[in-house]
Design a binder for this molecule. Structure first.
Ligand SMILES: [Zn+2]
Ligand SMILES: [Zn+2]
Length: 737
């Protein structure tokens, strides 16, 4: 039996209350010695009769920690001490990284509402188990001096709690109270202060009256209002169609939406993402979301809980303060500069947001946006010794860094097609690079030669003398889901293909990094390129270039001139891209059925088609397959032609919408199952943004499993393009092996 030793615990051990936890266990088991934070490991020198029990207890870790390994060595001379002390942090290896921001815990909520308590009404109350982390750190190891809390010296009461081993705030780096911590203020949109004794109470009153209020939160600014002001908010933001998210207390969420046990667990989790739920009544809350779904989140900071305590309304519309795809506003100066016409006032605080972090979004357990609470995400994966950077694609981007057996994926960055978002990408690469002490051997980017991220990858590779690798978009999707041999289905918007056409409905077979394209959707023209994405009726005509469709478009107000130009474009292939995208087929169906004629936000036509189909009944249609260049191809022309016939015959639009989704999914499943059976591959992986569509995902899943194959959908990374940077890194690492 050991009576002493040096214990090294590796993993996420920073910012998770590990040292106070070790201290408490040392007291419990009568252990003397020291504990020290070394970045991604904690070093404990310990002696005492009950050493083994102590070792077992500390090996279990704290609720927020993640332990990769525990090693024990003999103590060296002079390492035995009397008593037990927490030492200053040192700087060690950094593979453990820093935990993400955490929602306020129940005990801290109780503190806020405890009458006469030290934390009563204090908006930034936190403890060792909760509060901001990533959004406030400037460097590792995680200690107050390396966070934006460094500007707030502790008052005597906080200092004594910080030093008290029996306190939940023992060594809590974010400890603060009304006397010493960050303060709130309420401003008019022009920056003039609003005289208010309690800024939260005043903000709640203004919201109740219908004002639109910017609220500075953990990782950036939100813009909030009551439901009755949602139209006004949308018109001020110029986003009249896009669904908005809401924040509400649990009872209200249950009242407006159907919440499954899994959804409930995710809603209440310490990550507190926005959870996309089906409305109880699909026609309700139309000003917030015209879809059959609504994104809901629970309050997750003391500020939110206090706001709801003062608010008469039960629900707040909450949207990030940024243009879609652009970085969220984090500092007051930018808010004052950019929001004066959009908001009536600003509820802000004086704690600097070091690292921007938007809300995460989850639907059916699948991650749509990997951000606050979930990121930086750390994955243990062995990709060898090289240090690898993945810069992501163009839309819904993030970045990933691999080093020493771990891959770190950043929070959501946005659409890297403007200088602001590119600057944010660059800044994120620098920050994560610094926190992980990365020196890149390889930089991986998308195959698209014109992406800003591709150009940026070249620069980083050159500066680091690193190898540069391009990975095809949809192969990165599959690589993010599995490294095992598989048939991989990527159903997506658009991504640059091997042959220079626009892919997006692909079936691969093999094993990363050898994924062979074996099947795809029919290649159809996209008249006008990106214009066909914005105006899906162009896409419809690209797929069905018939006199009937010209007639349909004419009846909807297309001029003879416009139709003639479109027809000539398709006929001669002028300014026409070729695509096998699943998203574009759904867009065309949405346009055909008159559901969506202009896309005003990412994914709109297909999402509205899904909402229409939600109320419909699907029927089985004939499917047409053919062979082309060694690949099996599903005819999407025949599907849309069938839809048109049924529309003319007067079939219900909802039923046609449901049938298009169902038969498209059935066709893709047929090709994937055939590919798996021919090759004896036991599993099928599904990824791509279209996989968020529940009807399509479930149809494919049911078909794959009915064929006796394993069906894999990632719950760890987004199905959309938020998985690409990780997939790029996995692909790159596999190439080097
Ligand atoms: Zn707490
Ligand atoms: Zn204090």
């Amino acid at each position: 039996m050991r009576r002493s030793g040096t214990i090294i615990i590796r993993g996420i051990v920073q910012g998770v209350g590990f040292r106070p936890f070790v201290y408490a266990k040392a007291r419990e088991f009568g252990i003397t010695g020291t504990v020290k934070n070394l970045g991604s490991e904690v070093e404990i020198h310990a002696s005492g009769e009950r050493f083994e029990e102590f070792l077992e207890a500390v090996s279990r870790g704290t609720p927020l920690s993640r332990i990769d390994s525990v090693d024990v060595y003999n103590l060296r001379d002079g390492q035995e001490t009397a008593g037990f002390t927490i030492l200053e942090s040192g700087r060690g290896s950094l593979t453990g990284f820093i935990p993400a921001d955490v929602a306020i815990c129940d005990e801290c909520i109780a503190d806020i509402f405890a009458p006469g308590g030290r934390y009563e009404g204090y908006w930034a109350t936190s403890c060792v188990n909760c509060g901001p982390r990533y959004s406030i750190i400037t460097d590792v190891p995680y200690d107050r001096e390396r966070t934006s809390m460094a500007e707030f010296p502790l008052c005597p009461a906080c200092q004594s709690e910080y030093s008290d081993p029996s306190s939940r705030r023992h060594h809590a780096q974010t400890i603060a109270c009304a006397a010493c911590g960050p303060r709130l203020s309420l401003l008019r949109a022009d920056g003039r202060p609003v005289a208010a004794e309690d800024p939260i109470r005043e903000a709640a009153a203004l919201l109740d009256e219908g004002s639109i209020v910017a609220i500075r939160g953990i990782g950036g600014f939100h813009i909030a209002c009551i439901e009755e002001a949602a139209e006004e908010l949308k018109s001020r933001l110029g986003r009249t169609e896009q669904p908005l998210a809401v924040m509400a207390e649990p009872e209200e969420v249950e009242r407006i939406a159907v919440v499954s046990p899994d959804d409930r667990r995710i809603l209440h989790s310490r990550e507190r993402p926005i959870v996309v739920l089906e409305k109880r009544d699909p026609e309700s809350h139309r000003t917030i979301s015209r879809l059959h779904t609504i994104g809901c989140m629970l309050p997750y900071t003391g500020l939110h809980y206090l706001l709801f305590a003062h608010l008469d309304h039960r629900l707040l519309v909450m949207t990030s303060a940024n243009l879609p795809g652009y970085p969220m506003i984090t500092d007051l100066e930018s808010a004052l500069e950019r929001l004066p016409r959009q908001v009536d006032c600003i509820l802000t605080h004086n704690r600097r947001i070091v690292n921007r972090c938007d809300d995460s979004v989850v639907r059916d357990g699948c991650i749509i946006r990997l951000s606050r609470g979930l990121a930086p995400k750390r994955e243990a994966i062995d990709l060898g010794d090289a240090c690898i950077l993945g810069v992501g694609p163009e839309l819904n981007s993030n970045i990933s860094v691999y080093k020493n057996g771990f891959c770190i994926t950043s929070p959501h960055i946005g659409n890297v097609r403007n200088p602001q978002t590119l600057a944010y990408l660059t800044e994120t690469v620098e920050k994560i690079g610094k926190l992980t002490d990365a020196r890149y051997d390889m930089v991986v980017h998308d195959l698209h030669p014109q992406f800003l991220s591709t150009r940026y990858a070249r620069e980083v590779a050159e500066a680091n003398g690193a190898e540069l690798l391009a990975v095809q978009h949809h192969r990165a999707h599959i690589a993010a889901a599995t490294r095992e041999e598989c048939v991989g289905i990527a159903i997506d918007g658009v991504g640059y293909g091997d042959d220079g056409t626009v892919w997006g409905g692909e079936v691969f077979a093999g094993e990363v990094p050898h994924l062979e394209r074996v099947a795809h959707l029919e290649v159809v023209p996209m008249p006008g390129g990106d214009l066909a994405t914005r105006f899906p009726e162009r896409m419809l005509y690209g797929i069905l270039p018939t006199a009937e469709i010209r007639g349909l478009l004419a009846s909807r107000g297309w001029s003879d001139m416009e139709l003639a130009v479109l027809a000539k474009q398709v006929e001669r292939g002028l300014n026409v891209a070729a695509t096998s995208s699943t998203g574009r087929v759904l867009d065309a169906a949405s346009a055909l059925l008159g559901i969506c004629r202009e896309r005003t936000y990412d994914g709109e036509p297909a999402m509205e088609l899904e909402s229409e189909a939600y109320g419909g009944r699907a029927s089985v249609w004939d499917l047409e397959f053919r062979q082309d260049g060694g690949c099996e191809v599903l005819s999407t022309r025949s599907l849309l032609a069938e839809a048109y016939r049924r529309m003319v015959a007067g079939e219900r639009v909802a039923d046609i919408a449901a049938s298009i989704q169902f038969n498209l999914a059935r066709g893709i499943t047929t090709m994937a199952v055939r590919a798996a059976e021919e090759r004896g591959i036991p599993r099928v992986v599904l990824s791509g943004g279209v996989a968020y569509n529940r009807a399509i995902r479930e149809t494919i899943g049911a078909g794959v499993m009915a064929a006796g194959l394993e069906f894999i959908v990632s719950r760890e990374y987004p199905l959309g393009d938020g998985c690409i940077s990780f997939g790029q890194v996995v692909y790159g690492g596999s190439m080097r092996e």
